[in-house]
Design a protein around this ligand. Sequence first.
Ligand code: SAM
Length: 302
Amino acid sequence: MTATTPDGTAGAAGAAQTTGRTPKATGRTPGSAGKVTIVGAGPGAADLLTFRAARAIAEADIVVWAASLVREEVLEHAREDAQILDSASMSLEDVIAVYERAAREGLRVARVHSGDPALWGGTQEQVDRCAELGVEVEIVPGVSSFSAVAAIAGRELTIPEVAQSVILTRLGGGKTPMPPGEEVREFARHGTTMAVFLSAARSGQLAVELLEGGYPTDTPVVIAHQATWPEELVLRCTVGTLEETVKEHRLWKHTLFLVGPALSASGTRSHLYHPGHFHGHRRARPEARRALRAAREAAGRG
Ligand SMILES: C[S@@+](CC[C@H](N)C(=O)[O-])C[C@H]1O[C@@H](n2cnc3c(N)ncnc32)[C@H](O)[C@@H]1O
C-alpha cells in the first residue's frame, strides 16, 4: 500500500491510502470535463452491485471507497491503473480536493458508498460542493441494507392489513442529534414496520423507546450484522429480548434492526393479485369479484 495525498502526490502518514496500483496521471482527452459519480455499492456482497455501479467504477480514473463498509471485491471492476483511495482516512476537505483535481484534469471519480447513497451517506454535502465547483455529479442508487436484510429474512415489509408503511430511521443521542419529532419513540406509535440503522451501540435505549412508543414486547425483530458479508449474522428476537440479544452477541456497529408485526404476519393476501380484482391488464372473475366485495363489506370497507 502506498500513501498518497488526495492530489495524487506522495504524502505523509495519515494521508489517504492507495492500493499498489499506480496513480493515473491523466486519462482524458485535453479539455474533457471531470465527473464525480456517487455510487451505491449495496450492503456488501459484490454481486449486489448494479450494472450501472460496476460501469461507473470501471470508467473511473480515481475510486474513493469506504473500505470498512464496502467489500474489496467491488474494486475488481476498477481499472488496473485507477488510483484507489480509502475514504476512512479522508476528511470531506480531502475528498473535495480529489474532486477539484478531477475537475482540473478532466478525470472521472467514482465515490463508492455502502448501500444506497440516499441514506446516511454524507452524499448531499458532496453534491453541494460539486455544484459550487461546477463539477458534474451523477448518483447511482444501490441496494440498501434494509432491503438486503428483508430478503435474507425472507420477509416482505409491507403486508396487507398489517403494515403498509416502512419507517427508515436511527436512534437519537449519538453524534447526530435527531430533529424534533423524529425520535424512535414517536415513530413507534405508528406500530408499522421500522428499519433502524446506526443504533446497535445503544440497544437498551432502542428497546426502551420501541416499548414506550407502544410496540408490544412480543413484536418480532430481525437483527442483522454485516448482512451479505461472509461474517453475516442474522438473529430473530422480539422487542422484549432485543437488548439481551444484541449484548449476548456483542453487536455495536454494522448492524440493522427490522421491527414490526409484518415480520411474522401470515395468512394475508394482496387484493392486487386476487382474481376478483381488475385493472388495466387483467379482468376480474365475476364470482371472485362478488366474494371480494362481500369480504370488504364484512370488514366495513364497502
Ligand atoms: C452510514 S449508514 C449507511 C447506510 C447505507 N447507505 C444503506 O443504504 O444501507 C451505516 C449503517 O447502515 C446499516 N448497514 C449498512 N450495511 C449493512 C450490512 N451489510 N448489514 C447490516 N447493517 C448494515 C447499519 O445500521 C450501519 O450502522
